[in-house]
Design a binder for this molecule. Structure first.
Ligand code: NAD
Ligand code: DAU
Length: 339
């Protein structure tokens, strides 16, 4: 099979390409990526000369560039997006462009070139927020209620994908997953930010009271779930993917990272001003994908977090290059005024 992966130089996209070439050695992949601040071609250095892999630097909003690559493939796996909530609060426009218009451009091209199979990667953030200390979980039937420009733009893209199935019969599937973590995670997100700040001897910023809850999913488990939905999922359906079976607050995540890294939490953490519109709690009911496709997470949180910490210890040059570039200006803007 010939795949087009969008956003393959980002965190999850690059993990997915490595995963797919390992598990489907007969397939070929074209990776289309604009290489925004979050795209890092270094993530794919080990396969750059692999004859099964081709990289195309282009924007998914560029109709001509998209058309050229879409014509060559059997399946599109769509990861490319602006993905960071805090950046969507600082500057929403690019989120609407890439996440809504970019998805539209790909869908149009898929439809005009013979209704190419389309798998869309989305997020649990489209469902809004759950209350603390309840057993409520997001599932495939939860109504959409996005709160940030990021999640609103992802909700828009999900609606477009469904509309192309209902209106044009485009063979689509959608996955809405929770917070991924693992290797190649850009250090603006909470877990890699905490790990790399601790290695650098810096404090870990915790927003608000730190009692916010996320459902943490190891990226390899996510890649396997997407593989199963592509292979066995029902066309037109959505599948929710999550990694946890109990709530863990951000404070507890940072406490665990501190424990695993051998530093004192009280000295290492710093509570700062909250994120506007901060969703209180996410939790995923992943029983549909378990029942229909037999998927469940294989990595427990603590062990996967230890592996992730080790990866950041072993790959200091990877994240130090990122942290010394454009990232520094972002970090100052995002954190200095809030301390
Ligand atoms: P990321 O920010 O690490 O990577 C995004 C990639 O997309 C980058 O390589 C970037 O260069 C590329 N890109 C952005 N805009 C583009 C454009 N207009 N044209 C071409 N390429 C473009 O993101 P990620 O964390 O790997 O997330 C991947 C996908 O998964 C996104 O759709 C995101 O919404 C979704 N998702 C992420 C998480 C998570 O925890 N990271 C959870 C749920 C869903
Ligand atoms: O739920 C899926 C989503 O998970 C994805 O759709 C997004 O692309 C991905 O970025 C992620 O969004 P979050 O906003 O949940 O991730 P982030 O790592 O930014 O924040 C996780 C939690 O930690 C959140 O409650 C905010 C908090 N936080 C974050 C940062 C960056 C802090 O307390 N301090 C921080 O410095």
């Amino acid at each position: 099979m010939k795949l087009l992966v969008t956003g393959g130089a980002g965190f999850i996209g690059s993990n997915f390409i490595h995963y797919w070439l390992r598990t489907h050695p007969e397939d070929t992949i074209i990776n289309i990526d604009k290489l925004t601040y979050a795209g890092n071609i270094e993530n794919l250095a080990s396969i750059q000369d692999d004859p099964r892999y081709t990289f195309v630097k282009a924007d998914i909003c560029d109709k001509n560039a998209v058309e050229k690559v879409v014509k060559q493939v059997d399946l599109i796996v769509h990861f490319a997006a602006e993905s960071h909530v805090d950046r969507s609060i600082l500057d929403p426009e690019v989120f609407v462009k890439s996440n809504v218009m970019g998805t539209y451009t790909l869908l149009e091209s898929a439809r005009k070139n013979g209704n190419i199979r389309f798998h869309h990667i989305s997020t649990d953030e489209v469902f809004g927020a759950l209350k603390l200390n309840t057993r409520a979980k997001f599932s495939e039937v939860t109504p959409y209620d996005p709160h940030s420009p990021y999640s609103a733009s992802k909700a828009g893209s999900d609606h477009l994908v469904r509309a192309y199935f209902d209106t044009f019969g485009l063979p689509v599937t959608i996955t809405n997953c929770s917070n991924n973590f693992g290797p190649y995670h850009f250090p603006e997100k909470m877990i890699p930010l905490a790990i790399t700040n601790i290695i650098e001897g810096l404090q870990v910023p915790i927003y608000g009271d730190g009692l916010y809850v996320r459902d943490w999913l190891y990226v390899e488990d996510h890649c396997r779930a997407v593989d199963m939905v592509i292979g066995k999922g029902t066309i037109g359906q959505t599948y929710c993917i999550g990694g946890m079976s109990k709530d863990v607050s951000n404070k507890e995540v940072v406490q665990l990272i501190c424990e695993l890294m051998g530093v004192d939490f009280e000295a290492s953490a710093k509570y700062i001003k909250d994120r506007p519109g901060h969703d209180r709690r996410y939790a995923i009911d992943w029983s549909k994908i378990k029942k229909e496709l037999g998927w469940e997470p294989q990595h427990d949180f603590k062990t996967a977090l230890s592996h992730t910490i080790q990866w950041y210890r072993d790959n200091e040059s990877w994240w130090k290059r990122i942290k010394s570039g454009e990232y520094r200006a972002y970090y100052q803007k995002q954190y200095q005024a809030k301390s």
